[in-house]
Design a protein around this ligand. Structure first.
Ligand code: MIC
Ligand code: SF4
Length: 641
């Protein structure tokens, strides 16, 4: 029996377990990436491991999230990261160089390699035929220290592409179609492997838009074969030497095959407030648009931005539309500038932002009250833009450009112009001068400004949890709900301060209530619905609740990265055995479980008593042997000291 692409790469990197879907496996990690917002914690954890140098083939530390620098905090964090990189043999990409995923794709990704990154959109590099997975900072730190990365061996779903995209339809519409089919729930421990004739017409940047937003479906990663297109891309980046062909065997098998005909896809949008709330653009026609944001790590390729420049040439943004452009990398921005397209964009009224996450994470360009904002980024969760009542729609660059001109939702096919033809340079001019490679010399000490807090340790596991339900929430709670980014993100390196904002946008009283319960020596529990912990990889969504005394989360289901983060910080992720038991718990009920250690070591099934209501129900905590040891130790860091 032949192998699919995923099996080929995983089997070459397997160091623990068997490649049987559902079983835990350990894989060797070739490359890691971090970004500044998750990186400071990851490196504090790495430092605590006392390893003199990183043990990976390549580890890169990017600065792209917190670049607004109001106050000293961000700048201090950047200096910490730069000095840590020098000391431990890590490549450092300076602020201004661009967004981690796009730079990693352009400058570092290699077909057939494994990559983990402390950012949920790490799968972007799956466009190059890598196994690229998002993880919590602690897991990335462990990989840098030479440990395997553990994951549930995923089921591989083949997405079989046929046909070709029609003019005015692009990669964003493909991934929105995938989101319509698979939604943001129920895809944990699965990988999307793209194949079929249709793949041949998609360039690497187009593939990257698709793999990037596979994260929104909650899959472990997404991957494309490494083929002619991959070679062309690597050649354009002047690193054809990194190319090797990698395709699935003809007789490979898959858990499921889903067919998508590219020629049937229409311009699509994800409506507020979830990336799977899909509609055709045509149906949205009359809605007035207040803001259009182009760029982010999802749609910032040269082709994307030049297409928009050509559509807008000679026109000015509609008077009611604020038009924002944040190019994903300095390389693309420089190329736009050299080729003159930047001038066209500027003259059409584009407000040019730094090559950084910016608007996407809500730390700049928040829209006006109740605004309609069209964005080419990947997430439209409630409040993520920084404006609680804004309505954010995810769209392709073509649809974004159409709205810039008309001031309302417009199917770009209705613009009555020819679809612009864009020729991507065969060779980009390569300038890696904003990438600092670690020197051989012994370097000065690590810089620690006042924003770098101490690393909180999780408390030991108690044998009984007797806790108040401090918060009951519904389905699809994202890590943006749990711990907001945006204006609060500058406290990422200071857990006591950042913890003040846990669940700020869901229940502003939560953090104070939980803290006072903890200070009374008592414990807290959170009760949640389906797909708890969607979205970002930020381990702060576990670390800060841990700091507030949360000892367990009971949910109908968990998303992969967040469940791993909870375990890493000693919080029990408990799943309802019968989902409807959720309905019989109220906020402020007192819940109790006993003999936790014996149950964890056993089959992980617990009886939970609701002391307030005098009832009982069952929950499970299915853990691998390795995870049991972590939970029993009260968290991964406790195991290493
Ligand atoms: C995001 O897109 O939500 C982020 C900000 O990039 C996060 C990482 C973070 O919270 O620092 C992610 O995707 O993991
Ligand atoms: Fe940055 Fe947005 Fe990409 Fe996250 S999704 S890495 S915030 S651009």
């Amino acid at each position: 029996m032949g192998k699919n692409l995923v099996e080929k790469i995983l089997s070459r990197h397997l160091v623990a377990g068997n490649l049987v879907p559902g079983e835990e496996i350990g894989i060797r990690i070739d490359q890691t990436l971090t970004q500044d917002a998750t990186g400071t914690m990851a490196y504090l954890q790495f430092e605590a491991m006392n390893v003199p140098k990183v043990k990976t083939e390549l580890s890169v530390s990017y600065v792209d999230h917190n670049t607004i620098q109001i106050g000293f905090e961000n700048a201090d964090d950047h200096l910490y990261l730069q000095s840590v990189a020098q000391k431990y043999g890590i490549v450092f990409s300076r602020a201004g160089n661009g967004i981690c995923h796009q730079i990693h794709l352009e400058r570092f990704g290699k077909p057939g390699k494994t990559l983990i990154g402390s950012d949920s959109h790490t799968p972007t590099c799956g466009a190059l035929g890598m196994i690229a997975v998002g993880a919590g900072g602690l897991d990335v730190a462990l990989a840098m220290a030479g440990n395997p990365f553990y994951l549930v061996c995923p089921e591989v779903i083949k997405i079989n592409l046929t046909g070709k995209l029609k003019p005015w339809v692009s990669a964003k519409d493909v991934i929105l179609k995938v989101l319509e089919i698979f939604t943001t729930k129920g895809n944990v421990n699965k990988i999307f492997e793209y194949g079929g004739k249709g793949v041949e017409s998609l360039t690497v940047p187009e593939r990257a838009t698709i793999t990037n937003m596979g994260a929104e479906c909650g899959v472990t990663t997404s991957i494309f074969p490494s083929d002619k297109m991959t070679r062309l891309f690597l050649r354009s980046q002047q690193r054809e030497r990194d190319f090797n062909e990698l395709t699935a065997d003809k007789d490979a098998s898959y858990a499921k095959i889903v067919n998508i005909d590219l020629s049937k896809i229409e311009p699509l949008t994800a409506k507020p407030h979830s990336p799977d709330n899909i509609s055709t653009v045509r149906k949205m026609k009359k809605i007035a648009v207040n803001q259009v944001c182009l760029g982010s790590c999802t749609n910032s390729s040269y082709k994307d931005l030049v297409t928009v420049a050509k559509i807008l040439k000679g026109k000015t943004a509609h008077p009611h539309v604020s038009f924002i452009l944040a190019p994903g990398s300095r390389q693309v921005l420089e190329e736009l500038s050299r080729s003159g397209y930047l001038a066209d964009l500027i003259s059409s009224g584009a407000r040019i932002m730094e090559s950084a996450c910016g608007f996407c994470i809500g730390n700049s360009q928040s829209p006006s009250s109740a605004a309609v904002s069209l964005r080419t980024s990947n997430r439209n969760f409630l409040g993520r833009s920084g404006t609680m009542d804004a309505n954010v729609y995810l769209v392709s660059p073509e649809t974004a450009a159409a709205a810039v001109i008309t001031g309302c939702f417009t199917d770009p096919r209705d613009l009555k112009m020819r679809y612009p033809k864009v020729v991507t340079p065969k060779k980009f001019s390569i300038d890696d001068s904003m990438i600092i490679r670690p020197g051989r010399k012994k370097t000065a000490d690590v810089y620690r400004g006042p924003n770098i807090g101490i690393l909180p340790r999780s408390p030991e596991l108690t044998d009984t949890i007797h806790a108040q339900v401090t918060l009951k929430v519904g389905d699809k709670i994202t890590t943006d709900h749990i711990i907001p980014a945006g204006a609060r993100m500058k406290y990422r390196s200071n857990i006591p301060k950042y913890s003040e904002f846990v669940f700020e946008n869901v229940d502003p009283t939560f953090a104070k209530r939980a803290m006072s319960i903890r200070q009374d020596g008592k414990q807290n529990i959170i009760v949640a619905g389906l797909s708890y912990g969607q979205g970002s990889s930020r381990e702060h969504a576990a670390l800060c609740p841990m700091y507030l005394g949360i000892r367990a989360v009971i949910a109908k289901s968990f998303e992969r990265i967040h469940a791993a983060n909870l375990i890493n910080f000693g919080i029990l992720p408990l799943t309802f055995c019968v989902e409807s038991d959720y309905d019989y718990i109220d906020q402020e009920d007192i819940l109790e479980i006993t003999e936790i250690k014996r149950m964890i070591a056993g089959d992980g099934k617990f009886m939970m008593r609701n002391k307030t209501k005098g009832t009982a129900f069952y929950v499970t905590c299915i853990l691998s042997e390795r995870q049991k040891q972590i939970i029993l130790a009260g968290g991964a860091l406790n195991m290493r000291s």
